[in-house]
Design a protein around this ligand. Sequence first.
Ligand SMILES: Nc1ncnc2c1ncn2[C@@H]1O[C@H](COP(=O)(O)OP(=O)(O)O)[C@@H](O)[C@H]1O
Ligand SMILES: O=C(COP(=O)(O)O)[C@H](O)[C@H](O)COP(=O)(O)O
Length: 312
Amino acid sequence: MSRPIILGIVGDSAAGKTTLTKGIAQVLGTENVTIICTDDYHRYDRTQRAEIGITALHPDCNYLDIMQHHLSQLRIGQPILKPIYSHTTGTFEAPIYIKPAKFVIIEGLLGYSTRGARDCYDVKVYLAPPESLRAEWKVKRDTQKRGYTEEQVLAELDKREPDSEQFIRPQRQWSDIVVSFYPSSEDEDQANGHLNVRLVLRPTIPHPDFTEIIKFGNGNSNSAIRLGLDRDMGKPVDVLEVDGHATLEQVNKLEQLICSDMPHLKSICDRESNPELGKIAGTTDETLQSYPLALTQLLITYHMLKATQIHH
Ligand SMILES: Nc1ncnc2c1ncn2[C@@H]1O[C@H](COP(=O)(O)OP(=O)(O)O)[C@@H](O)[C@H]1O
Ligand SMILES: O=C(COP(=O)(O)O)[C@H](O)[C@H](O)COP(=O)(O)O
């Protein structure tokens, strides 16, 4: 019997989880995707958290046991009755019945914090923008969408830092892919659309063979697309970097590499038939479209489709 393919997207608040999740769901077809945000498993509402003096990042502030139980149910195709936390009101709403579609994306703060939860995913992504960019994104979103002032958001970031360090960032080690969008050093204050991406590829899942990038002579340090070896949290990894100002020709080559052994992906990575590639509506309603974003979406989609072949 077939079971859903489960993708995890974990990272700190305003690291870009919801934005990337929406983009991947769009590529896979929203009707084929169930999206779960693990903020719904908060144990306390906004007022209670303030009274107790606990942040939403602390494991004790979340029903991680229920989250893990629900994940394991979804993995075997079973429905769940999922709680709902509203970021608009800061309170809980009536739970909803959810039956998993072919693909499930689980996004949130603490998705990899227990062994049992980690075992439920087919593909694990961790989002790690530079902290300065994350702060910028969080201020923008929480002032526009969640009713906070800039001072409140900055104070909250400070208050959360010890929990970010202790509980959020260590989860990076469990991911198959670490995604970091970052501004290039020359155009520090360029619009978001020109961000570069750094993709850390752990050997925990089989990645497409990118070594041709080096053969094309494109992998050297001056190129807009670079492949190299590094260590991440002590472990050896491949690192693929794509600059925001890479040319269409360079990007096409990389897309063809990703698509070559995945027939369904071919229709997705054809820019003429799919002009939406790499386009995302950010959670503050802006439209984002860039080659680094498109390649990131494509690589993650590749892994989800690959998992379909392995498990069906
Ligand atoms: N890849 C990206 N490129 C440019 N801006 C982004 C990107 N990802 C997120 N953002 C910005 O950061 C804000 C917060 O992102 P969001 O997806 O809501 O984070 P999270 O779900 O992790 O809390 C978005 O509203 C958007 O403005
Ligand atoms: O850190 C987060 C997670 O959301 P995200 O990862 O989307 O930022 C939120 O601050 C908490 O869920 C509390 O919500 P609120 O601050 O709205 O009460």
